[in-house]
Design a protein around this ligand. Structure first.
Ligand code: DOR
Ligand code: ZN
Ligand code: ZN
Length: 352
């Protein structure tokens, strides 16, 4: 039985290009995206160099233009000294990303007066996505409210965060949020079998009770986004393991398995992987674009032979239901039965 759905949107992907192409680049990352049913990816700015100015934005967009196989846009990063200059670039970017807590890379805004500078100057109709955990999340919701603007809260992972967002929405505040599959399906109980280095991720894997609270409040969740954050196995197993999991190739099947178990509906999936991200990030419609799913296919997630250059998964060995068999992107077959067909350069920058 074939199910046909719109091309999926992943609003949170780390492409590592420019600067760490040995982990991933636009070519390998968008091959992974198409394999996972994503026809648009929004790339995060914590690259080397970070995407905090016109010059570095051009570096990322040029790389994407030549190498991307699916459509894309690039976030700008909020830094300590660019609040006044990046608003002029807002139309060329997916949005602005603010890092309020420690994670991978140097982009971090500690000083709340910097939050004020960015929140007040970035155009109100352009998206802002934030990495804010726990109390930082409460603080940024308050700060955004002061400036009468929306914020999108990335990778919600705990009970207290999802309940905070629920309360904010009930008050009518302009907040949206995403959850990553790894925070729905993995908890700190999985650290033992994954190993300490491999299980490093920000936000950290939370408790079983936190996972349950995310499922119990799934109606508060606007988007599923992978936070695809590739690092090599050597790095993950090394002395100073960087945080992050690859996720593009496993997200859909994991979530479709939840559909098969009647934890969520197909409509819940489509709203969170297409309709809502499209609205929140003002994305154009992709003409003649869809994905086909073999709803009955059952398979086990492997441990290698992924398209992502980092070539591992925290979900190896998981048994899932629902396999993407075909992706048609702007009228052309971009993926079929394990083969990525769209060449590098086929993808377009949707903010062009
Ligand atoms: O685990 C993470 N990895 N969390 C982040 O916020 C950043 C990401 C990365 O870029 O590796
Ligand atoms: Zn983050
Ligand atoms: Zn991220």
């Amino acid at each position: 039985m074939t199910l046909k759905l719109p091309g999926l949107i992943d609003a949170h992907v780390h492409m590592r290009d420019p600067g760490a192409e040995y982990k991933e680049d636009w070519t390998s990352g968008t091959a992974a995206a198409l394999t996972g049913g994503f026809t648009v990816v929004l790339a995060m700015p914590n690259t080397q160099p970070p995407i905090t100015n016109d010059k570095n934005l051009s570096l990322a967009l040029e790389a994407g233009r030549h190498k991307a196989r699916c459509d894309f846009a690039q976030f700008l990063g909020a830094g300590p000294d660019n609040a006044a200059v990046i608003p002029a670039l807002s139309q060329k970017a997916a949005g602005m990303k603010m890092y309020l807590d420690q994670t991978y890379g140097p982009l971090r805004l500690d000083d709340m007066t910097l939050w004020r500078d960015h929140l007040s100057q970035w155009p109100v109709d352009a998206p802002i996505a934030v990495h804010a955990e726990g109390r930082s999340m409460a603080a940024i919701i308050l700060a955004a409210t002061f400036f009468g603007r929306s914020v999108h809260l990335c990778h919600v992972s705990t009970r207290e965060e999802i309940l905070l967002i629920k309360a904010a929405k009930e008050k009518g505040l302009n907040v949206t949020c995403e959850v990553a599959p790894h925070h729905l399906f993995l908890s700190d109980e999985d650290i033992k079998h994954l190993g300490v280095g491999k299980s490093e991720v920000r936000p950290r894997l939370a408790t079983r009770a936190d996972c349950e609270a995310l499922w119990d409040n799934i109606q508060v969740v606007d988007c599923f986004a992978t936070d695809h954050a590739p690092h090599t196995l050597a790095e993950k197993d090394g002395l100073n393991p960087p945080p992050g999991f690859p996720g593009l190739e496993t997200a859909f099947s994991l979530l479709y398995t939840a559909v098969s178990q009647e934890r969520i509906s197909v409509d819940d999936l489509v709203s969170r992987m297409y309709t809502n991200p499209r609205r929140i990030f003002n994305l154009p419609e992709q003409q003649q674009t869809w994905i086909e799913i073999d709803q009955k296919a059952r398979y086990e997630i492997g441990s290698s032979n992924f398209y992502t250059r980092c070539d591992w998964s925290p979900f190896s060995g998981w048994k899932v239901v629902g396999r993407i068999t075909r992706v048609v992107l702007r009228g052309n077959e971009a993926y079929r039965d394990g083969q990525v067909l769209a060449p590098p350069g086929y993808g377009v920058n949707i903010r062009y």
